[in-house]
Design a protein around this ligand. Structure first.
Ligand SMILES: [Zn+2]
Length: 470
């Protein structure tokens, strides 16, 4: 081999070796710089008595092989969760911090997440926390002080609870599974809250009524409401469903139904499913309510109307001599002349004005604190959502839209979407004794027209049921 060729070969060999070294070094360098396990979750900002949360981690390459969650306070760290093995690329670890068991004191602490992956790197990294989060340990539950409450409650009736809460992020009043929101009320420095509550018509007196408060650390406090539940009887009625009614109403209310479906079956879909949808809608609409009372004094009833059906009437539906369904009627049916004006029962804001399944054209007026009135089967509506209305102002005209036999107004009073008897809110004395009195006992400002007075002015007579219509 000539001299020059040999030199060339050496250069080539050297170059290849050089490139191999460069490639290996950069490969090893890349391996070394691949980031470790990343923390994808944000732990809570507060630790209470017992705080559950989930730590989510992801390995950039390879699998997570070790995870440890520690709580550190005053230089002392305690492991609260640990997992080892081939845990996968993405790991979710449930953690519960039991502050008492860990001997945590109120104040600041740190949640540390330690993790390791199985991705090979030339130089093994020293173990260190991949995430550290500052938290505040708060072990003091909120304090609830019951100021006053409506003493006597009845199924299908309303009441008021006044209380003071300190150190809570969320407070509500519950009647079993039903939850009623509470609102700041009165002078700010008193820190008082009020909630209107309602018992459903079929309320079981064994179910607890309670104020519940929770702080940001999840510490909860609860306080029972010492109310006496007075039983109330509700009427029963039988409604005969005629074929002419089915012919008129079923196609109107179920335009999508198969034409082969018998009318009675269509009626049952309307009476059950559409009725339930309307109930859900009432609960939804109740979410739009003013945080202060808009109403003043007793609620008014349209003039010259007769009551044709009562609140919480248990109705048995009969067709062709056979019982086909049972449902509860949630309002009062009031009738006078056709297309007569429908006045707003009190001052408020229109929060709903559109067709609502069995109720036909419907208007809902919000009176604040979760109290609302509903007007159904309307032939036409003269207000729109957002309109502020005065007591007695015309909202609409009566009609027979929806599941109605004949022109009438279906009127309901709702407390956070739960139907209650309108009788209580038509009655000045009832409002004074059941809403005004607890406010006075709590030392809170009165709601105009609900002043608890010592003397007993003549109560407004309750409307008496007349002949039934539907
Ligand atoms: Zn009705």
């Amino acid at each position: 081999m000539p001299q020059r060729s040999r030199a060339k070969a050496w250069v080539l060999v050297f170059l290849i070796l050089f490139l191999a070294v460069v490639a290996s070094v950069s490969y090893l360098g890349w391996r070394q710089t691949v980031p470790g396990v990343q923390s994808l979750s944000t732990p809570p900002r507060f630790l209470g008595q017992k705080t559950p949360f989930t730590v989510v981690l992801e390995a950039r390459r390879g699998n997570v092989t070790q995870v440890e969650v520690r709580v550190a306070q005053s230089g002392k760290a305690t492991t609260v969760a640990k997992q080892e093995g081939a845990l996968g690329r993405r790991v979710e670890i449930p953690v519960v911090v039991d502050s008492a068991a860990l001997g945590l004191r109120e104040g600041s602490a740190t949640i540390e997440v330690w993790a390791r992956d199985d991705f090979w790197r030339p130089l093994r990294r020293a173990d260190r926390a991949i995430a550290g989060h500052s938290v505040t340990v708060d072990l003091t539950p909120p304090k609830i002080e019951l100021l006053a409450a409506t003493r006597y409650l009845s199924p299908g009736g309303s009441g008021l609870v006044a209380f003071r809460v300190t150190g809570a992020a969320r407070t509500d009043v519950s009647a079993g599974p039903l939850v009623f929101p509470s609102f700041a009320f009165g002078p700010e420095d008193r820190g008082a809250r009020v909630a209107l509550i309602a018992l459903p018509w079929d309320f079981d007196p064994a179910v607890s009524l309670a104020i519940r408060a929770t702080d940001e650390a999840g510490n909860a406090a609860s306080r029972g409401i010492p109310a006496e539940i007075r039983p109330r009887k509700f009427p029963r009625d039988t409604i005969e469903i005629k074929d002419a009614f089915l012919q008129a109403k079923v196609p109107e209310l179920l335009p999508q139904r198969p034409t082969t479906q018998p009318l009675v079956e269509g009626f049952l879909v309307i009476n059950r499913d559409l009725r339930r949808q309307a109930e859900d809608a009432k609960r939804r609409i109740s979410g739009t309510t003013a945080d202060k009372p808009l109403w003043q004094g007793p609620f008014v009833q349209p003039r010259n109307t007769k009551v044709f059906a009562n609140f919480a009437e248990l109705r048995t539906y009969v067709h062709a001599g056979r019982e086909i369904d049972r449902q509860v009627h949630y309002g009062y049916d009031l009738a006078s002349t056709r297309q007569s004006p429908v006045p707003s029962a009190n001052k408020g804001v229109v929060v709903f004005a559109e067709p609502l399944t069995i109720y036909g054209n419907t208007v809902v007026v919000d009176h604040g604190l979760g109290l609302q009135t509903l007007y159904a089967h309307l032939s036409s509506t003269t207000v729109k959502v957002g309109d502020a209305v005065e007591k007695g102002q015309e909202l609409a005209r009566t009609g027979s839209t929806g599941l109605a036999i004949g022109d009438h107004l279906h009127y309901e009073v709702l407390v956070n979407g739960v139907s209650v008897t309108p009788l209580e809110w038509w009655d000045t004395k009832w409002i004074r004794d059941h809403i005004g009195k607890p406010l006075k006992e709590a030392g809170l400002p009165e709601i105009s027209g609900a002043e608890a007075r010592a003397e007993e002015p003549a109560a407004r007579p309750a409307p008496r049921p007349a002949r039934r219509r539907r």
